[in-house]
Design a binder for this molecule. Sequence first.
Ligand code: RB5
Length: 152
Amino acid sequence: MKIAVGADHAGVRLKDGIISVIKDLGHDVVDLGCNCTESVDYPDYAVPVAEMVASGEADRGVLICGTGIGMSIAANKVPGVRCALVHDLFSAKATREHNDTNVLAMGERVIGPGLAEEIARVWLSTEFSQGERHIGRLGKVSDVEHKYHPAP
Ligand code: RB5
């Protein structure tokens, strides 16, 4: 898979470790920054990653900020993106199986690098369950998107 990765200044320290995990799993990485510790704005990194995933240019995305919250809010504004904020291994697996999430958000100020890397590994390695009930629920989520973002 091709995985787009983005971080703000409060998430940049985790980014290299996450990129190593992605490469270790045999995937390709598109690093959309940032590469600085000066203050930047998380939407400037969340939206390009989310748009790459929504357009199909990337298969999945991983976003890191201080809490992961700003990144997940911004990414979920892009139609077609299902971004999960995850800080535990159970949710990393469940959100792939149940929600078919295509973007993962984490907070560098919330968890350490060991757990973050393991979450990324589990999330990237877990398939959507294809369960009928989950497909139906995701259809209802898409209906909401279409309601507020009707096709031109
Ligand atoms: C930056 O200070 C911080 O607000 C940001 O990284 C993130 O946690 C926002 O949700």
